[in-house]
Design a binder for this molecule. Structure first.
Ligand code: MRU
Length: 349
């Protein structure tokens, strides 16, 4: 598994352009914060952990462009960059937690020179990347315990290497199970409107020689009714203190269907995706995107011009529909509120 989703290369943020996959593996080099902002906004880089990394590297880009030696002026420039990046996408909390970490470096080193701060900020961004890689492997190890030989797994969107610095969250569990010698079949929901499942998840899984079947989103119920799915694994963009989970639009549909068909429904997410300041899912900010993503496919109109649209990018799955949440610190089951606190805090690195 080596997919270089996002990295710092030659004073720029090198990312795989996820808008172009699977037709072409193209790299983009963001050399300033505006280019990076655009990459986030247009989903050239996407997925909660990858967004956290992008935000941290965006701050590094800002430091590289800053010419000032004056601490106060430097801090002002960084605060402006943090505010700017915070407006790129609202739902994935990883973006905000990475920015908070960068901001804390400046706050906690109140006597450091600008030169020193630049070094410390770079070090922190590299640490965020390194931690993400480690965390993906740990989640995968815990999650793979839940997978049996010959399991048929359904997933949505892309919660794989393309959404992280390494292995992925939900897909990481599948990669690990395969490495353990288990035979797995994966069904990938296409994930309208932007088709992350059809374009990205299938691309990743086929690269890893995993038996993969693509379905349209509206085929999930029929698959479940026909007893073709054993387990569902999905990623997350933000998890509230009670376990309610925001993930790609359509995830909630799958959770409801899973309950009806008595299929275990698992969320795989790092501790950095939890927002313990939010008590329940109805407080999670949901990104609304342009209706053009629904009315057009690859630039071609598929609906009458002027039609009204509704395009939330995420939905919230109530914790009651979730069997367990797999984190790098352990597997969390109901009662979520108590166990999230217990496992996340007790096993903090
Ligand atoms: O809009 P996207 O493509 O950024 O949405 C991504 C998802 O919903 C993923 O499932 C989630 O970020 C988990 S990624 C490991």
């Amino acid at each position: 598994m080596s997919i270089p989703t996002i990295d710092w290369v030659n004073n720029s943020v090198k990312i795989i352009n996820q808008k172009i996959l699977p037709s072409k593996l193209e790299f983009i080099y963001c050399r300033d914060i505006k280019a990076l902002y655009k990459a986030i906004k247009t989903l050239q880089v996407r997925g909660a952990p990858a967004l956290g990394i992008a935000a941290a590297l965006g701050i590094v880009l800002t430091t590289r462009h800053s010419k000032t030696k004056d601490r106060a002026r430097f801090k002002k420039q960084l605060d402006k960059a943090i505010r700017y990046l915070s407006t790129a996408r609202p739902t994935a909390v990883n973006l905000f937690s990475a920015l908070k970490r960068m901001e804390a470096i400046v706050r906690e080193n109140s006597y450091a020179s600008v030169v020193k701060l630049k070094k410390l900020l770079f070090k922190e961004a590299m640490a965020i990347i390194k931690e993400d890689k480690l965390v993906c492997r740990k989640m995968a190890k815990f999650g793979a315990r839940l997978i049996k030989d010959n399991d048929r797994i359904l997933t949505i969107c892309n919660a794989g290497a393309l959404a992280t610095a390494d292995y992925g969250t939900a897909l990481g569990v599948i990669y690990r199970a395969k490495e353990e010698g288990k035979s797995i079949k994966v069904f990938s929901c296409e994930t309208r409107p932007l088709l992350q499942g059809a374009r990205l998840t299938t691309w990743e899984l086929l690269k890893e020689n995993i038996d993969t079947t693509l379905i349209c989103d509206n085929m999930a119920a029929s698959l479940m009714a026909n007893k073709k799915i054993d387990k569902i694994f999905v990623g997350a963009d933000r998890i509230a203190a009670n376990g309610d989970t925001a993930n790609k639009i359509g995830t909630y549909n799958l959770a409801v269907l899973a309950k009806y068909h008595k299929i275990p429904f698992y969320v795989v997410a790092p501790a950095s995706t939890f927002d313990l300041g939010i008590q329940s899912g109805n407080q999670i900010p949901i990104e609304n995107r342009s209706g053009r993503e629904i009315t057009h496919i690859f630039g071609r109109s598929i609906a009458p011009s002027g039609i009204k649209t509704y395009n939330p990018a995420f939905d919230v799955t109530p914790h009651k529909l979730i069997t367990a949440i797999i984190t790098e610190r352990g597997i969390i089951e109901s009662p979520f509120k108590e166990n999230i606190k217990e496992i996340l805090v007790r096993n903090a690195i």
